[in-house]
Write a protein that binds this ligand. Sequence first.
Ligand code: PMV
Length: 366
Amino acid sequence: MSEAYLGKSLSNVGEKSGQIGWRSPSNIALIKYWGKHGNQLPQNPSISFTLSNAFTETIVKYATHSRGTIDIAFTFEGKANASFENRISAFLNKNISYFPFVNSLSLSIESNNSFPHSSGIASSASAMSALCLCMVSLEQHLTEAVFSQSEFLQKSSFLSRLASGSASRSVYPSASIWGQHSLAPGSSDLYAIAYEELHPIFATMHDDILIVSKAKKSVSSTAGHNLMKDNVFASARYEQARTRFSKLLPALQSGDLDLFGKILEDEALTLHALMMCSDPSYILIEPNTLALIQRIRAYRYEQKIPVYFTLDAGPNIHLLYPDDVRTQVQTFIQEELRQHCEDGRIIEDYIGTGPARIDSLTLTSS
Ligand code: PMV
């Protein structure tokens, strides 16, 4: 238990009701978190770009009660969703010492995504960070807790980590580091920190998500992390991630796109290679993922344009490129890449400004 983040109870329950909402973005890991230990602690440091258009909106409607139990109802995209409701309930129950005030509340939680969930677009990152930002806002609003802006974000990141490791990185703008590393002062395995030393070339980075399939993943990230425990390459992988992290940070500071792109792609392929050599082995990429990878590499080689891919735990390609080559790359996408996407679907995204408070849902349920 981390004493610093223990939550406050409602001292005077009274009759209060209201609502609090957050929009929180997904993030794309450059160095991947894959393998954990203890209570959601990472086996290696990871670093990500915070996205903008791939986000979750969550509104928490609350009313006080004096029953002393958790009482939640959850809807996703306008419909009751028992599986998400159970996951949130289990998370709140397990971590009730961080949210004791929840025992005095009836919560009606409404959530919408701007993109397909459970298809490897880090939907748990945006969903769980949106939920935890709401919870820390609720604590601040209803109890005597007072947080500075940085304490607020750190606590939100800490709680998001407990729900889904990658979610810890979604609470900051631009780029975040989660996991202790000597080159990142202040970094911690307990929460993510903002990474503020990006070269300006990365401030304009696009991340177009080429949707190869929006089907639900056959193996969840939770199961995937667990399979790392017996993966014969596990310790070499964790060492490799630390070494790549040490090389990537200077590249992010100096704007070395070649080195950035090399590490980005190597990390994506390593992640999926680890899945393929888990026991049992499994494959989340699809024939169109490989077709896209081959085409992207050939185009970069032929045109000498800095455009690189990465993958999350799923078949969809994240295509990263700086804004100054957007005209050429967007033509390339239309003419050669879109045909490999399911229903031609692409989410045009870019590095974002981080989460924002919302008063009500702006997305309409489909
Ligand atoms: O946060 P989880 O448990 O869904 O794990 C996500 C892991 C990857 O998305 C594959 C990599 C990462 O660092 O985001």
